[in-house]
Design a binder for this molecule. Structure first.
Ligand SMILES: NC(=O)c1ccc[n+]([C@@H]2O[C@H](COP(=O)([O-])OP(=O)(O)OC[C@H]3O[C@@H](n4cnc5c(N)ncnc54)[C@H](O)[C@@H]3O)[C@@H](O)[C@H]2O)c1
Ligand SMILES: [Zn+2]
Length: 361
């Protein structure tokens, strides 16, 4: 097992990554926060596979532990489900020394994390991410929240977990398309911050797809370290944290125009290619970056071309993205492998050309 500490002053916490470590959950929760009670929150799908193991581990550590479940899927990031969680927590008389354990993908982490951020003005929570996306992205960083009918992730809070425990063995039951989707964020981390890490991913694509334990432990830890560094530099996303949006401004437009038929990771993969093309058009980068990125994405089961959307529609959707400030389009571009920068108000013709080339390629 490996440990990486996220340095955020008194809100610092450890990320533990290893194979088979779900059985250590109870001991780790006890030593980290010694809660009066622990409530495991999971979607029913993940609960069926892993809740028993999590509860047994917590109870073996002499913790009073219970399970709450909700239906799987993005629709559960809703006020309705949140309200049902509050009802359960209040009925069970959870106090401020209790902790919530989010066992599952990003939906569970966001929903349970927001419940923890707001119940009794905030109680501790622990992340036990079981999807690759949650392991390398959503479980650390402290963003929690739910969706609103008028926009995704519009209601939320920053609330850091007290511990993140990542058992990479849980990836074995994850559907292949979910694995691929998470790999887009892995590639993104290398692109924006760490050329060596990108190279590790590049060299190990088959070991990654085969979920070889030693490789996955290294890859997941490496991604957590990069995300952690970015978040420690900029907890509330005023500057460098925005680099994590590489591929996402184009990507969100692709997701939206496909009515979410395109998965997030697929959209980010296409978006990274489009961002590379834009960087080339603007003279910020040369084609060699994209030429290295594209085959890695392909080997990891990710697309490198978008559907033939109307370029003007993609552009319009990008300008409506919540990450834009004062109606100015901001895009994150990679100028060389491992190094990102923000470009404000890029030339619209260059953006349109990049969109067209990404659809055509
Ligand atoms: N808070 C953040 O910083 C942040 C960052 C990125 C994404 N997100 C959010 O994360 C969510 C997406 O996360 P996700 O892709 O993990 O979705 P998810 O939680 O819906 O999980 C995807 C599917 O995989 C299943 N699953 C999860 N782990 C499994 C396992 N080990 N074995 C078998 N099945 C498993 C789930 O039941 C679900 O059906 C979105 O709501 C997104 O907004 C948040
Ligand atoms: Zn993403």
């Amino acid at each position: 097992m490996q440990t990486h500490r996220i340095a955020l002053g008194e809100r610092s916490y450890d990320i533990l990554v290893g194979s088979g470590i779900l059985s250590q959950l109870g001991a780790r929760v006890k030593e980290t926060l010694s809660p009066s009670r622990a409530i495991v929150i999971a979607d029913r799908h993940v609960a069926d596979i892993y809740a028993e193991r999590a509860l047994t581990s917590l109870r073996n550590a002499e913790l009073d532990a219970d399970l709450l479940t909700f239906p799987p899927g993005e629709d559960s990031k809703s006020l309705q489900r949140l309200s049902e969680l509050y009802d359960e927590l209040l009925t069970r008389r959870l106090d401020r020394k209790s902790c919530l354990v989010a066992l599952g993908g990003g939906v569970t982490g966001d929903l349970a994390g927001f419940a923890a951020a707001t119940y009794m003005r905030g109680i501790p929570f622990v992340q036990v991410p079981t999807s690759l996306l949650a392991q390398v992205d959503s479980s650390s960083g402290g963003k929690t929240g739910i969706n609103h009918p008028l926009g995704k992730n519009m209601i939320g809070a920053f609330h850091q977990p007290r511990l993140v425990l990542i058992d990479i063995d849980t990836l074995r039951t994850l559907p292949a398309e979910e694995l691929h989707s998470g790999l887009a964020e892995v590639v993104k981390h290398g692109m924006i911050r760490d050329a060596d890490y990108f190279e590790q991913v590049e060299k190990n694509t088959s070991g990654i797809l085969a979920l070889e334990a030693e490789i996955m432990e290294r890859i997941v830890l490496g991604s957590c370290r990069i995300k952690g560094d970015v978040v420690s530099d900029d907890e509330r996303e005023s500057g460098v944290r925005a680099h994590l949006n590489f591929g996402h401004t184009f990507g969100h437009a692709y997701e939206t125009l496909s009515h979410y038929e395109i998965r997030h990771g697929e959209a980010v993969a296409m978006g990274m290619i489009a961002a590379c093309r834009l960087a080339e058009r603007l003279g910020i980068a040369d084609a060699s970056i994209r030429e290295r990125l594209a085959p890695v994405l392909t080997r990891l089961g990710l697309p490198t071309a978008s559907p033939a959307f109307d370029a003007e529609d993609v552009f319009a959707s990008m300008r409506g993205d919540k990450k834009t400030e004062r109606d100015t389009l901001r895009v994150v571009l990679v100028s060389e492998l491992g190094s990102a920068r923000i470009v404000e108000a890029p030339d619209p013709d260059a953006v349109l050309a990049a969109i067209r080339e990404t659809a055509a390629s």
